[in-house]
Ligand binder design. Structure first.
Ligand SMILES: [Fe+2]
Ligand SMILES: [Fe+2]
Length: 279
């Protein structure tokens, strides 16, 4: 879990203990996410796309291995060892990013007619891979952004991710689930608005980076993210119990729930730093 003392960003340097803990936290979370992306992509390919299926399976195994290795380390592991591990994982994230962009290209040039991965979903998963990659570069360089910069950047990234999730859910539910499709569309609109607000705040930098504005920004985002997270949890439970009609894989429902939960942890961590006067 991301706690107060394990924040992703701070103005001060990173101690080696924090470096190990943060690195393992990021890798354990995102390696599982990358592994699951490989599965979702594979499920969306056509039976004849054997080469793509094979590539997806290779990435699945690679990230499964990375996940296991990350769990075999602990906070006492030698930082140098972790630094090398971060570089290896960063390379793997770069490679899966390339694979996702290649698949996106194939879809957008109509080379995979009848396949079932939405272009926006493939683009979305590539953005997550890029985020993961950049986070590892940052950790290894020990260069962290200032708290106000990190607050705006992380929120711009995650608000778009949340807006996308709402759109995916809305499109993968059966059209006859009219009520739920409506709820998903409302979340999509809500998060599009929040994203525009975040970009406005970003364009007003650095003048917009006052403690009251950033505090209010986090509070407003938290309310919507918490309610989207709860909706995803409900959807996940209903899908698992086979109570609603959809083409959503139960693991995808859980996957987007975990990503919302991650965003909430990050918001809370920023809030604690902001009000704790760590800046
Ligand atoms: Fe994801
Ligand atoms: Fe996502």
């Amino acid at each position: 879990m991301i706690g107060d003392d394990t924040s992703l960003h701070a103005d001060t340097g990173v101690t080696s203990g924090m470096f190990v803990e943060r690195s393992l936290n990021e890798i354990r979370f995102w390696a599982r996410i990358m592994k699951e992306h490989s599965l979702f992509l594979r499920l969306g390919f056509r039976a004849e796309d054997t080469q793509l299926i094979q590539e997806a399976n290779q990435f699945y195994r690679l990230f499964e291995q990375i996940e296991q290795t990350a769990h075999s380390f602990n906070n006492q592991t030698d930082p140098e060892h972790i630094r090398r591990f971060n570089s290896e994982v960063q390379q793997a994230a770069t490679n899966i990013f390339g694979f996702k962009r290649k698949v996106l290209g194939l879809i957008l040039t109509c080379k995979l007619p009848g396949a079932n991965n939405f272009p926006l979903l493939v683009d979305h998963t590539s953005r997550e891979a890029n985020y993961f990659r950049k986070r590892l570069v940052e950790l290894n360089q020990g260069k962290l952004q200032s708290l106000p910069d990190a607050i705006i950047k992380e929120n711009v990234f995650f608000l778009r991710i949340m807006a996308d999730h709402a759109k995916f859910i809305g499109h993968l539910l059966d059209p006859s689930e009219r009520k739920l499709v409506d709820v998903a569309r409302n979340f999509s609109n809500d998060f599009d608005q929040l994203l525009y607000q975040a970009r406005d705040l970003e364009s007003m930098k650095p003048q917009s980076q006052t403690a009251p504005l950033l505090d209010q920004f986090l509070d407003q985002n938290r309310v919507s993210v918490a309610s989207l997270r709860d909706f995803k949890k409900t959807a996940r439970d209903l899908i698992e119990q086979c109570k609603i009609k959809s083409i959503i894989h139960p693991l995808l429902a859980d996957h987007v729930f975990r990503e919302a939960d991650r965003f909430l942890e990050i918001i809370d961590m920023f809030d604690a730093h902001l009000t704790g006067g760590t800046r």
